[in-house]
Design a protein. Structure first.
Lengths: 290, 264
């Protein structure tokens, strides 16, 4: 069963384009990555699915129901974590979470306590006194407290320290294991790779590719920078190396393939510095789709 | 119900501040009344003042030496103050969700927007009603020592009802402005301007007979205190107009807001 299904979903803000003809399907039980640079239309897509804004054209179904017409029903089973958290400043964390719970049938006191413990969240503080990261934690607890079947995360890791991030990912994996479908938007490739099964790449408001995460990893470029004396371009004229530049004793290139090949070529040189990193998303867009 | 309670709590602080201001105003107004009460000399001084000035402050033709005459002037200030309260409240209760970006939370809850609106409107009406009661309490405390008779009490109750109805007009317009405005900052400025402009229209209308028709464009004329005193009640046409404005404005709110893109 498809949890999310969009048909030519399009949103214009006046004349400026938000998203155009977005067609995605998210299957039950998936962790679906939604990746793209800032301003690509990730939040626009999510907000349209949630009925915060209305599509200019096209439609979307969640749990098989129209997300605008039946929005209030659909949202009973959605947990949403926005990229920036804004709550009623003067409320205490506990009151805010209880208020959120009051929109759903049932008693969620235990669940609130469990989640807060997992995220090390102090329930007695006022929202306005919380740091960015702590607000994020409130958002996480608030988004998950009603055991949603679909969890929508919009750039969720910003402001969380690495330890909390790990804890959060564990929480998300656990929810997924128990049957929740996850829609995970991010501009950070590595965290999407870490968590997701399938990834849609969005750029300038359009989906340019939907891939299995394994495929994406297989095609994984590395960005390599070597600093050292007497380096020259010639030995590095290998298959799998692109965008080779030599400048100021620094050799830079993208590489896809067996890293041992590069290692061998480096043998004769005395290296001052070596950096191998994941390319940024922009760089992937530029080279991956040539 | 949860949203209603939330809104009542959220506006409690503002409500208390407004209550204090209105009570202080009432006490001060009636300290002043001491100088006028049963004092024919004062009446004479006022009679010699230029008509334009008296009209502007709603004092023309009022006998300030009696409770009812004095109340007819106090009423105007009550209308303006509580009118501003209502228009700001209406504007704020809708606009704050986008101003504070809390709409992202509230609108992603499993509830239809019109139900959110119902709770918000109910909370706003309740706030207006209670503030009218506070004003009434302030008047009761202040007037009590002048031994008011039934005619005084009746007139004060009429003025309070008028105050509440004026609040309903401005509240519904404040809601409508917030629901249709692009940005909150603009909408609150427009809202307050609305009260001031309608007040100025009412003054202009009093000063010149050639713009008689303007009386239909300002709620301050619908419930002009001196007219209520003269007619011993409200005029049907204005009650109909009040209902019409409130109904149309609310219709607009319930039409526009559920279709509105949250600006977050």
């Amino acid at each position: 069963m498809n949890i999310i299904e969009t048909h030519d979903l399009t949103k214009y803000y006046g004349k400026s384009k938000g998203i155009e003809d977005v067609n995605i399907t998210v299957k039950q039980g998936e962790i679906y990555g939604f990746i793209g640079p800032n301003g690509a239309g990730k939040s626009t897509t999510i907000r349209t699915l949630l009925g915060l804004i209305f599509p200019t054209r096209g439609s979307a179904k969640i749990f098989g129901k129209d997300c605008i017409e039946k929005g209030h029903e659909v949202r009973r089973s959605i947990g949403y974590l926005p990229s920036e958290i804004f709550y009623y400043d003067r409320m205490k964390v506990r009151d805010l979470l209880n208020y959120s719970a009051s929109f759903f049938e049932g008693d969620y006191t235990n669940r609130i306590n469990e989640l807060s413990e997992a995220m090390e969240l102090d329930l007695n503080r006022k929202i306005e006194d919380l740091s960015y990261g702590n607000k994020k934690k409130v958002g996480i607890v608030q988004g998950l407290l009603h055991k949603p079947k679909l969890i929508m995360l919009d750039e969720p890791t910003g402001g969380l320290d690495p330890l909390m991030q790990k804890q959060f990912f564990n929480l998300i994996r656990e929810e997924n294991r128990q049957g929740a479908t996850i829609f995970f938007s991010s501009h950070i490739l590595s965290e999407v790779q870490q968590l997701c099964h399938r990834v849609a790449i969005i750029k300038d408001g359009s989906i340019i590719q939907v891939e299995d995460i394994t495929t994406l990893q297989k095609n994984n470029y590395k960005k390599i920078m070597i600093k050292g004396e007497n380096l020259s371009k010639r030995p590095f004229d290998l298959k799998g190396i692109t965008n080779l530049t030599l400048d100021n004793n620094t050799l830079k290139f993208f590489f896809k393939g067996d890293i041992n090949q590069v290692k061998e070529k480096l043998q004769p040189y005395k290296i001052e510095d070596l950096l191998i990193e994941d390319p940024t998303l922009e760089e992937i867009f530029m080279h991956y789709y040539e | 119900m949860n949203i209603f309670i939330r809104e009542m709590r959220d506006h409690r602080k503002g409500f208390i501040i407004w209550s204090v201001v209105i009570l202080v105003f009432m006490v001060m107004a009636f300290v002043e009344f001491e100088a006028y009460y049963d004092n024919p000399e004062m009446a004479e001084i006022l009679d010699n003042m230029p008509r334009g000035m008296l009209e502007a402050f709603g004092m023309y033709g009022a006998n300030l030496t009696t409770i009812n005459g004095y109340m007819s002037i106090v009423a105007l200030y009550l209308y303006i103050m509580l009118g501003i309260f209502a228009v700001l409240l209406g504007n704020n209760i809708i606009g704050k969700e986008e101003r504070d970006k809390t709409g992202e939370f509230l609108m992603s809850m499993p509830i239809k927007r019109y139900r959110i609106l119902i709770s918000k409107v109910a909370a706003a009406v309740a706030n207006c009603f209670f503030l009218t009661l506070v004003a009434g309490a302030g008047i009761a405390i202040s007037v009590n020592r002048y031994n008011p008779d039934w005619e005084n009490v009746k007139y004060i109750l009429q003025l309070l009802l008028a105050t509440f109805l004026i609040q309903m007009i401005f509240l519904s317009l404040g809601l409508l402005i917030a629901a249709s405005a692009k940005a909150f900052k603009k909408s609150s400025a427009i809202s307050v301007t609305l009260v001031i402009v309608t007040y100025i229209i009412s003054v202009i209308q009093s000063l010149s007979d050639s713009v008689e028709f303007l009386k239909y464009f300002t709620p301050f004329k619908y419930y002009q205190a001196s007219e209520i005193l003269k007619n011993d009640g409200f005029q049907g046409i204005y009650l109909v107009l009040t209902l019409l404005i409130v109904f149309l404005a609310l219709f607009g709110v319930f039409f526009v807001y559920p279709r509105r893109d949250m600006k977050l």
